[in-house]
Write a protein that binds this ligand. Structure first.
Ligand SMILES: [Ca+2]
Length: 326
């Protein structure tokens, strides 16, 4: 997995920044418990352990049926269709900077942004996107910006980078349908966000006084792209797991960073199952919204919202998580 050649010609790097930027644009593994029981059950244990395929950093998404899309959503979220999926596993959180760094150290992988020497950064205040020289997964805003914190989702990674990482872990990127299915998992009926229907959770009472409401996602607070009031506490990325856990046990499925999926972006017209995603295209779907999404502009952190970019795009508000068959 050494250094690859430059991906295409620079002029072909067309950033479809999608709504996220134009607008700018559990199961706990039983392995630990079983290790305690190992001396007691000897041979029997080995049989039980082999039957438990869920690593601690992943969640089992149970098989079932679900609607995909929203008739109230943007044009590319319609028409709604239904899918049936088997059990599968999803990473609990987006891949962190530390985890990606470990992968780079082990494989000497060189990311797309490092090959090009730049990556896409949005100018706060104007919403203008530009290719920032020296921006990459280590320094998402460029060499003069802060280093990416270890426990934040890795950004400035292309679809190709995401694919390479997941493959090295024996995993894969989730399909677009799997991503939405997982976001909806654990909810009865329709739901707005992976963590529920309310972006603000009412604060608890302390000594008879109700504390401030709690944000459930890292989004854009205020008027995009001019004013970010930072009510949720973060101007860019936030630590994984900090915001709104879904009933299925997944964090950061709304806000923080958009997440690459395996699929090409295309219309839902004619879709009838999980198996008929487009086989070709120019851009790959991202899901989940980001810290740049304001509800009045893109509202990209809804379960059905979609964005997309060319596979060699590296952006300051896009990361990924991996999935795996059971
Ligand atoms: Ca924020």
């Amino acid at each position: 997995m050494g250094k690859r050649g430059r991906v295409g010609k620079r002029g072909r790097r067309i950033f479809n920044l999608g709504r996220g930027s134009v607008n700018s644009q559990a199961k706990i593994s039983h392995v630990a418990k079983l290790n305690i029981l190992r001396p007691l059950f000897g041979f029997l244990f080995s049989t039980v352990a082999a039957a438990d395929p869920i690593p601690p950093d992943m969640v089992l998404i149970p098989a079932g049926t679900s609607v995909i899309g929203s008739e109230q959503g943007m044009e590319d979220e319609r028409p709604v269709f239904q899918v049936q999926l088997p059990d599968f596993l999803m990473d609990r959180t987006p891949v962190t900077v530390a985890a990606f760094g470990e992968f780079v150290q082990q494989t000497r992988y060189v990311s797309t942004a490092e090959q090009f020497g730049d990556a896409a950064v949005m100018q706060f205040g104007t919403g203008r996107w530009f290719l920032q020289p020296g921006a990459n997964w280590r320094y998402p805003l460029g060499p003069d910006g802060d280093a990416a914190p270890d426990d934040h989702p890795v950004t400035q990674v292309s679809w190709d980078d995401a694919q390479a990482y997941c493959s090295a872990q024996g995993k894969r990127l989730p399909s677009e349908v799997e991503w939405e299915f997982a976001a909806r998992s654990g909810h009865e009926g329709d739901v707005s966000y992976a963590f529920g229907d309310k972006l603000l959770k009412e604060g608890d009472f302390l000594a008879g006084i109700r504390l401030a409401d709690i944000w459930q996602a890292n989004t854009w607070n205020g008027t995009f792209p001019i004013i970010n009031t930072l009510e949720d506490g973060f101007a860019t990325t936030s630590p994984v797991g900090y915001f709104g856990l879904s009933p299925a046990g997944l964090s950061d499925m709304a806000g923080n960073v958009w997440e690459w999926t395996a699929d090409w972006h295309g219309s839902y017209a004619g879709r009838e199952s999980a198996d008929d995603a487009p086989t070709t295209g120019s851009s790959k779907v991202q899901r989940g919204g980001s810290f740049l999404c304001e509800a009045g502009v893109c509202h990209g952190y809804r379960v059905s919202a979609r964005s997309h970019s060319t596979p060699d795009s590296s952006l300051m508000h896009v990361g990924f998580r991996c999935a795996r068959d059971v």
